[in-house]
Design a protein around this ligand. Structure first.
Ligand SMILES: *[C@@H]1O[C@H](CO)[C@@H](O)[C@H](O)[C@H]1NC(C)=O
Ligand SMILES: *[C@@H]1O[C@H](CO)[C@@H](O)[C@H](O)[C@H]1NC(C)=O
Ligand SMILES: *[C@@H]1O[C@H](CO)[C@@H](O)[C@H](O)[C@H]1NC(C)=O
Length: 499
């Protein structure tokens, strides 16, 4: 290339990057969509103290009915970071790495990187370790940041309020993650070594994931007498056993093992322990909120709010005693319903609430759309050789028309029995419908003729999913129709309702 031309190319690439808005992409782990700003919409128990998340929500497009594609860290994160679903990423566990088992897909941060952004990752964004080839190096422009975890991720206690003396020796990972995010933001501010470069900064907080480790003062926000027991500490009537899973992380904790709790169906923890765990979960949520506030305050202090898109999500839901469960790993609404919001300076400054059904897999095309990058095409049936495509849809149309119905059905799934059974689940406005067919984990296809269970919950009459009416003759016709739609799957929905 002629040297002058080379300079021109570099110059225009810089211009392109300068024109772009920054992206601050924040995740929390196992966060229920039960936060202060939902108060009034549905019963939130207890009063949640999440002032920083609430403030971000007040200037965001709030996607209040968003569902995870699979209620487990690795599969969910792989899905929303590649913009594809678990049967395409071939990641249904925290073991597999999509680049090894499925294809060389361009991830969300990688796409921004390829478009002139400086991408950097801090904390838990991908599921760590072998399931992401150690935080997916191709996604990032610089070395990944993980805090020294000390001993906090050991399961010494499931409920673990810590003192300043405890953390003097070893800061909590989420504090270190916020510290690093703050330092990194400063690099892009006036006077910083990266001034003038657009960034895609992913910041992943570990809590409120088990064990519930948090500075003890966060308990003060949730007085003991305000914490109540779940109203439904049992599985639904007519519940198919295949849908049940043990609360395997909880069972590892040293404050649980002496209780002889096995996690079997309809077995409950002593009430005092349920209350203690619930209180600790809420305190962990407020702890995360506080760390997030530190990062967002720094963004403001540096004067970068107006040119930074901020997205915030939880990777899936979590059960804190409802249905007797203490975890996710299933298809109950509580496990797959997740918080999601996108703050787009200039467009969402007054906050926009949408109750349209949406999916975490939509976040990738949404951020690409919000940043004005070239749009991501819909993936073909077999996309193993296609580096850039998505199985989601941009949610930006909801900013103009929050009542629009982009999708009338959204999809989640969860495997059982070492992936020889797959629970395919679909949420409509009114129903949650799940079938548990046999599954071929080589071809990634269900065998609908081999059903191990069916679940149908009517949210109009039973919002807590306490009665499986899948075999109730009154719902026979509904079930036939939902079954047909479930088997047609997400692609049919996108074809019908998007583009
Ligand atoms: C994956 O794709 C990138 C370009 O997006 C390329 O540089 C890399 O060599 C590819 N890796 C493999 C293993 O094909
Ligand atoms: C669990 O308890 C609920 C509520 O009492 C009941 O409807 C359901 O049948 C029970 N399930 C099993 C498998 O014991
Ligand atoms: C748990 O089981 C052990 C051994 O059977 C028994 O000694 C202990 O009292 C039990 N603890 C509780 C809380 O039931």
């Amino acid at each position: 290339m002629h040297p002058f031309l080379a300079i021109l190319v570099i110059f225009s690439a810089t211009l392109l990057a300068d024109a772009g808005k920054n992206v601050l992409f924040i995740t929390a782990d196992d966060l229920r969509p039960e936060l202060g700003f939902y108060t009034g919409e549905r019963s939130i128990h207890p009063d949640m103290h999440t002032p920083n998340i609430d403030a971000l929500a007040s200037r965001s497009l709030q996607l209040r009915n968003t569902y995870a594609q699979q209620a487990m860290c690795g599969p969910s994160r792989t899905s929303f970071l590649t913009g594809r679903r678990p049967d395409t990423t071939r990641v249904h566990s925290n073991m597999a790495y999509f680049r090894e088992v499925a294809g060389n897909f361009t991830t969300l941060p990688q796409y921004f990187k390829n478009n002139g952004y400086h991408s950097l990752g801090i904390g838990k964004v991908f599921h760590p370790g072998s399931s992401s080839g150690n935080d997916d190096p191709p996604s990032w422009s610089q070395e990944y940041y993980n805090p020294n975890v000390c001993s906090w991720d050991e399961y010494r206690r499931c409920t673990w309020p810590v003192t300043p003396e405890d953390t003097a020796e070893c800061p909590l990972p989420d504090v270190a993650i916020a510290d690093e995010a703050i330092k990194s933001l400063q690099r892009f501010a006036p006077g910083g070594d990266m001034e003038g470069t657009s960034f895609f900064m992913a910041v992943g907080f570990n809590k409120p994931h088990l064990p519930f480790v948090f500075p003890e003062e966060f308990l003060d926000l949730y007085p003991e007498e305000e914490i109540s027991l779940p109203t439904n500490p049992f599985v639904p009537s007519e519940y198919p056993e295949v849908a049940w899973t043990l609360p395997y992380l909880l069972l590892r904790c040293d404050d649980i093992t002496p209780l002889n709790f096995t996690g079997a169906i309809n077995e409950t923890l002593p009430e005092w322990k349920q209350l203690e765990l619930r209180r600790a979960y809420y305190a962990s949520v407020s702890f995360i909120d506080h760390q997030m506030g530190r990062v967002l305050d720094e963004l403001d202090r540096l004067g970068m709010r107006d040119r930074t898109l901020v997205s915030f999500l939880g990777d899936h839901g979590f059960k804190i005693g409802e249905h007797g469960g203490w975890g996710k790993s299933c298809n109950f609404d509580l496990s797959v319903h997740a918080p999601l919001m996108v703050s787009i300076p200039g467009d969402t400054n007054n906050g926009i609430i949408s109750h349209s059904l949406t999916e975490l897999v939509d976040l990738y095309p949404t951020l690409v759309d919000a940043a004005g990058l070239p749009p991501i095409p819909l993936c073909p049936e077999d996309s193993s050789d296609v580096e850039i495509c998505t199985e989601g849809a941009s949610l930006i149309p909801l900013a103009a028309d929050p009542e629009a119905e982009l999708k009338s059905k959204v999809f989640s799934q969860y495997p059982r029995e070492d992936n020889i059974v797959m629970g395919y689940s679909m949420r409509t406005r009114r129903f949650r419908y799940t079938e548990w067919p046999g599954f071929d984990s080589v071809t990634m296809t269900p065998n609908w003729d081999e059903l191990h269970g069916v679940e149908l919950y009517d949210h109009e009459n039973d919002p807590d999913e306490n009665h499986n009416v899948g075999n109730d003759p009154q719902y026979a016709e509904t079930r036939i129709q939902l079954s047909r739609e479930l088997r047609l799957g997400w692609r049919n929905e996108i074809k019908n309702n998007v583009q």
